[in-house]
Design a protein around this ligand. Structure first.
Ligand code: CUA
Length: 363
């Protein structure tokens, strides 16, 4: 039984159900903070009323020995609330850290916020608009970005809220515990239709979720069954080819452009001497505005893709680049990995980047 039911809070319309692994702990902390606040409020108000009554004008109360100092009392009313306050701080900080430290085994889901909808992309390629379908009992990492202004991805029943920013990925995670349908809100005023930027989180049992996956993300059996969508990485590979990345980024480093093979997670030195780690934000900004940060040893020859690619396309491209040179790479039939420029290279023959980790090229 949820804590909300136990204390009757599920009857209060603004107290959401507890449907994730943090929900209980967040609620306990919340209620303890409330309890302490009410307790101290009661102590102060009751003492105020009692003393006001005892020492009211014309009362016969003894006023002959007024107390000026009482060290014990003063220490008590300073130290006890301080300890309680620090306890709330440490507890809250631990919960905050838990909420933002994504477990390693969490499966990734991409969230793109835009005026005024939520676009959800699962790594297996299933896409949803204003709905998010997940099973119970498995951790999921949300990697979020906005196509326009600041939004905030909020699932009250999970006690999950994360700002979704333009130009920078943010992430959070959750593990759902109770099957059911829950509200999804935008919790940051983002324009005229902000209040309609809502959706539904469908939490399914693992079996129902498997059925949902088997139906490729459709809610009911359709005939013919919807096609298995392309995975995010396959989609990224397609964009890579259509946009023409392959014209410069080949399987080897060239004077024109570096290879992107096994690049993700490496460190790269920029022209100004700064050393940056190739992560999702690095790849994104180097695709959209490549001339802002140029890797040492390369010229500013790459076109700017800002305005030509949507955030969803960038997510797919980055997922593809991330997969290059790893076991997660989308492999065409025959186990061969197609590297750019029409060359087909088996994974074992994959070229190692020829430059050292800190002297790669511009993307
Ligand atoms: Cu998006 Cu408010």
């Amino acid at each position: 039984m949820g804590l909300d039911k136990l204390i009757g809070a599920d009857k209060i319309p603004f107290f959401p159900p507890e449907a994730s692994t943090f929900a209980r702990e967040v609620d306990v902390l919340y209620l303890v903070t409330w309890g302490l606040t009410i307790f101290f409020l009661a102590v102060v108000v009751i003492m105020l009323a009692v003393l006001a009554y005892i020492y009211r004008r014309n009362s016969k109360a003894d006023r002959s020995h007024p107390i000026h100092t009482h060290h014990g009392l003063e220490l008590a009313w300073s130290i006890i609330p301080m300890i309680l306050g620090l306890m709330i701080f440490v507890w809250g900080a631990k919960l905050y850290a838990d909420a933002y430290k994504v477990p390693d085994n969490a499966e990734e889901i991409f969230v793109v916020g835009k005026q005024w909808m939520w676009h959800i992309q699962h790594t297996n390629g299933i896409r949803e608009n204003n709905t998010l379908t997940v099973p119970t009992g498995r951790p999921f990492k949300l990697t979020c970005i906005s196509q326009d202004v600041i939004h905030s991805f909020f699932i009250p029943a999970f006690r999950v809220k994360r700002d979704v920013l333009p130009g920078h990925y943010t992430s959070t995670w959750f593990e759902a515990t109770q099957p059911g349908d829950y509200h999804l809100f935008c919790a940051e005023y983002c324009g005229t239709e902000h209040s309609r930027m809502t959706g539904t989180v469908h939490v399914l049992s693992p079996d129902d979720y498997q059925r949902w996956l088997d139906l490729n993300g459709s809610q009911e059996k359709l005939d013919p069954k919807p096609l298995r969508p392309k995975t995010v990485e396959q989609e990224g590979q397609e964009i890579f080819e259509t946009v023409g990345c392959a014209n410069c980024h080949t399987s080897d480093d060239t004077p024109r452009a570096p290879s992107l093979y096994a690049l993700f997670g490496k460190k790269r030195q920029m022209q100004n001497g700064e050393i940056l780690t190739v992560d999702r934000d690095y790849l994104r900004s180097n695709i959209l505005t490549p001339n802002d940060k140029i890797t040492a040893g390369y010229e500013a020859t790459m076109p700017v893709y800002q305005g030509n690619l949507t955030e969803e396309q960038v997510i797919a491209l980055v997922a593809y680049i991330k997969s290059l040179g790893t076991s997660a790479e989308p492999k065409p039939a025959g186990g061969e990995v197609k590297i750019r420029n029409g060359k087909v290279v088996k994974p074992t023959q994959a070229p190692k980047p020829t430059t050292s980790d800190t002297q790669g090229g511009k993307l």
